[in-house]
Design a protein around this ligand. Structure first.
Ligand SMILES: [Zn+2]
Length: 263
């Protein structure tokens, strides 16, 4: 048990947001059209590809990549059809959203405890994200956040330069903010995590007018409520603070992730 604390910290950093209490809608027993709320405990993280959409994958973590310069693949590629709904694995807030020359249209979502950063890249040309999303938006596990595509490998925005349409899914662990960007980044091999998440897939339906896909079964993740409550609290505290002292520059840098190695 000498290393208990070490393993506990490492495994909690990976799986900490995957399991817990939550409420979710399920199809009614008598009338499957009807949705019924149930309380559950267990796996509350989702596969990043929506239910019933085919994909293929293999363990491709660490293989070399040619675009730009010699680098290793720090993620997991899931090959599928362009337009396949991409699902938020864990609840969190949008930390990055936009173009990156390696990842193309990409979205980065940070877990509320700050320890996990989820990176979804090569999203669809012209219509990459769920249109309601912006930096700072809160998403719940199982929400449709974007659409699979083949953008990236170009300094110009909105260019399809990836041969095989796929979702690049990456998972970064952050024990300390100094590990967010730079040489200390920790990206993990998600192959087995993806196999595990296959047990929990979000079923989606298309809105034919907006062309947007939505989850069918809503969820209430207590982690989201907690985050929003704390945010309100902090907001109110800041207002108080600012009334009796001169406002300071909040110093937000909006730093870009070091994404060269990831796609
Ligand atoms: Zn990739």
């Amino acid at each position: 048990m000498k290393y208990y604390n070490y393993y506990y910290e490492a495994y909690s950093a990976v799986l900490g947001g995957f399991v817990g209490d939550y409420d979710i809608q399920v199809a009614g027993e008598e009338n499957p059209e009807e949705k019924v709320w149930v309380k559950k405990y267990g796996l509350k993280a989702f596969l990043p590809i929506a239910k019933f959409f085919p994909y293929s994958d293999y363990d491709d973590f660490g293989v070399s990549r040619s675009y730009g310069y010699r680098r290793r693949h720090l993620g997991h590629d899931m090959m599928g059809q362009v337009g396949t709904p991409v699902i938020a694995v864990e609840s969190g807030y949008v930390e990055a959203l936009g173009w990156n020359q390696y990842g193309g249209w990409r979205i980065g979502i940070r877990s509320f405890d700050g320890k996990r950063y989820y990176y979804y890249a090569h999203l669809r040309k012209n219509f990459p994200y769920n249109k309601s999303l912006a930096a700072g938006s809160v998403v719940q596990a199982g929400d449709v956040i974007g659409y699979l595509g083949r953008t990236g490998y170009s300094a110009n925005e909105n260019v399809n330069n990836i041969d095989t349409p796929h979702l690049h899914f990456g998972m970064q662990l952050i024990f300390d903010e100094s590990q967010k960007e730079g040489v200390n980044e920790i990206w993990i091999d998600c192959y087995d995590i993806i196999k595990f998440l296959y047990r929990n897939r979000s079923e989606t339906v298309k809105n034919t007018e907006t062309k947007e896909w939505y989850r069918i079964y809503e969820m209430k993740d207590p982690a989201v409520d907690l985050y929003l409550q704390n945010k309100d609290q902090n907001f109110n505290n800041n207002i108080k603070h600012n009334t009796d002292e001169t406002p300071e520059d909040n110093g937000e840098s909006g730093g870009e992730n070091n994404e060269e190695n990831m796609n």
